[in-house]
Design a protein around this ligand. Structure first.
Ligand SMILES: Cc1ncc(COP(=O)(O)O)c(C=O)c1O
Length: 577
């Protein structure tokens, strides 16, 4: 409910005192999931489309899907289907395992909920999607490439199941920035308009044009402005109308506008970077509804059902990653004087000059020149920053907070695409944080460090550690989308504990922990590297330990090592001095 509050620190304390179903103690790091927030996001999206439809006289409806790729966890997908039941909310799959998840979860959905089958497909994928139709699910096979149609025809004949198909349009409308790099006319997915019309003609010749019922597009995640939302929907609606009017695809019912509904990670509402969008749910929904309504009315085509595959905007808010501090150590201060720093910068700068003559020397020379510029540029930038600190007298030390964390496993987008997430302490919020800290993880990797935060700062305001206050915890917010799926297991650190928290009746901050599961244990992570843990590790260690007559000591240690998470356990952080 709006205004309802839950004290995160109390949730962490309670979670750490909780045991899992198999009687293990919950360990850090952990994800706190709030399914109430998931439900609220889903309701808000539907309310936004309902208002846009009602206010504009749109003569059809909104019926969306959740793209499973955004968070494949059982509880999340099942919650989505459950919360969306009355809205015929469905699922989108982009691979065979995702399709299997969607098929099983949608057996609990309202009949007619979409099962959108996206992604590149082989005969097995298409046969599975057809079998979903035979099971009574509303599976729609969205063709990414013309060739997929031949497989659909072949498998449909083989299984005796008629498909419903959609086509993914490759639009000319593009979004700027990282997420738009695979879209546009040379994009990786879908078909250009002319190719779509060819497919329609091919279906017509076979008397199967009635198979074609949906047009899909996805211009990329984090669409920055409603202008682009509008332009993309309008361009796609134009293709939709041509399919109906020019190519006789009269069974067309649905325009699937894909994902891309963004969220405002940095709170600026500017749409100026990949961290922000300049709109909310209402403006997004109304841009799509208006664009499609106008195009269809102009062309005399009935308004289609509007679908979106909004993922990030549905799942991000409902979960936060909780990290525990292990120690806080001041970074060594720079010894150089301002003059020495300046002379180092000048030296690097002068070394750049003669290389400019080489840029005409062909591709290889250009590349090596660009590499040099990058390398020296970064060095000069670092030196310039140190110089500016010297000159402004900003000598406050920076503390490296070592956190019980693998950036690669928990916030992989920070590592891979420099995505920033809002982060803040959730301990001692009644005390002013007096130190400035960066976050260093426990992997043996220099990339395992967070030193860029929302707002452009290179440090977070943090508290000195003090064991008398207990553990010190930080939350990574808006992290419910993509992070778990993209996680990798550098150093064989892996996923976090997952704790589901629901607001309890009666309000006043009351909550209950509805489930708590440990993250993958060392045994589970090791086995993903093709070890048979008992045969290749357990028995081998046992044999050697017995030979050395130390098995009684080794056995419980090995068992504990294998059955707990790889992260540090029950670690007492020392006082910051
Ligand atoms: C085809 C498709 N649909 C939906 C989505 C979800 O996008 P978002 O999370 O930006 O809503 C994606 C993500 O890349 C996608 O590729």
């Amino acid at each position: 409910m709006p205004g309802q509050e839950i004290d995160v620190h109390s949730v962490i304390m309670k979670a750490l005192a909780t045991t899992t179903n198999d009687n293990k103690k919950v360990q850090c790091p952990m994800i706190l999931r709030f399914p109430d927030v998931l439900e609220d996001r889903l309701n808000s999206l539907h309310a936004a489309f309902r208002a846009a439809v009602d206010n504009s006289g749109y003569k059809s409806r909104y019926q969306g899907v959740f793209p499973v790729k955004v968070n494949q966890n059982k509880a999340v997908v099942q919650d989505m289907v459950n919360f969306g039941y009355s809205k015929s909310y469905g699922l989108e799959a982009g691979s065979k395992p995702e399709l299997l998840i969607a098929m099983s979860c949608l057996t609990k959905a309202q009949p007619g909920a979409y099962l959108i089958c996206n992604g590149y497909k082989d005969a097995d994928y298409i046969a599975l999607a057809l079998s979903a139709r035979a099971m009574g699910l509303n599976a729609i096979i969205v063709l990414e490439m013309e060739e997929e149609l031949d497989i659909v025809i072949e498998q449909s004949n083989k299984l005796g199941i008629e498909p419903v198909i959609g086509i993914r349009a490759k639009l000319l409308t593009k979004i700027p920035g990282h997420f738009g790099s695979t879209a546009g006319k040379d994009g990786k997915f879908g078909m250009l308009a002319e190719k779509i019309y060819e497919v329609a003609e091919k279906l017509k010749k076979m008397d199967k044009l009635y198979w074609l019922q949906l047009l899909h597009f996805h211009v990329g995640s984090m669409i920055p402005t409603t202008e682009i939302v509008y332009n993309a929907a309008s361009e796609a609606a134009g293709i939709y109308c041509n399919l109906v009017n020019e190519h006789g695809a009269k069974k067309m019912t649905t325009l699937d506008c894909g994902g891309g509904l963004g969220i405002d990670y940095d709170g600026t509402r500017s749409g100026n970077s990949d961290m922000s969008v300049a709109y909310g749910l209402e403006q997004y929904a109304s841009s799509i509804v208006q664009a499609v309504r106008l195009k269809c009315e102009y062309n005399g085509v009935p308004h289609p059902v509007l679908c979106t595959e909004s993922g990030r905007a549905m799942a991000s808010h409902h979960s936060m990653i909780i990290l525990e501090a292990l120690s806080a150590i001041p970074e060594p201060q720079d010894e150089d004087t301002a003059e020495q720093l300046l002379s180092k910068i000048q030296d690097l700068h002068s070394r750049q000059q003669p290389r400019t003559a080489a840029v005409n020397g062909g591709d290889a020379d250009m590349c090596s020149h660009a590499e040099d510029l990058k390398k020296h540029g970064i060095e000069m930038y670092k030196l310039a920053k140190k110089l500016s600190k010297r000159v402004t007298g900003d000598t406050q030390p920076i503390y490296n907070y070592h956190m019980n964390l693998s950036i690669f496993s928990l916030v992989s987008d920070f590592w891979s695409i420099k995505q920033l997430f809002p982060m803040m302490p959730v301990s001692r919020l009644n005390e002013k944080p007096t130190l400035r800290g960066t976050l260093v993880d426990i992997t043996c990797d220099s990339d395992g460090k967070i030193e860029k935060f929302i707002g452009g700062g290179e440090t977070l305001p943090l508290h000195p550690l003090d064991p008398k206050h207990g553990g010190y915890y930080l939350a990574v917010l808006l992290s419910g989308a993509y992070q778990e799926a993209l996680a990798c297991k550098h150093n064989l650190f892996s996923g976090p504990s997952i704790v589901r928290v629901k607001a309890a009746k009666g309000g006043n901050g009351a909550f209950e922990i509805v489930s708590a599961d440990l993250g993958p244990t060392s045994e589970e992570v090791i086995s993903t590297m093709r070890y048979d843990v008992m045969k290749d590790i357990g028995s081998v260690i046992e044999e050697r330990a017995k030979k050395n007559d130390v098995w009684a000591m080794v056995e419980p240690l090995m068992t504990n090592g294998l059955t707990t998470m790889p992260y540090l356990n029950e670690y007492k952080a020392p006082k910051t001095t």
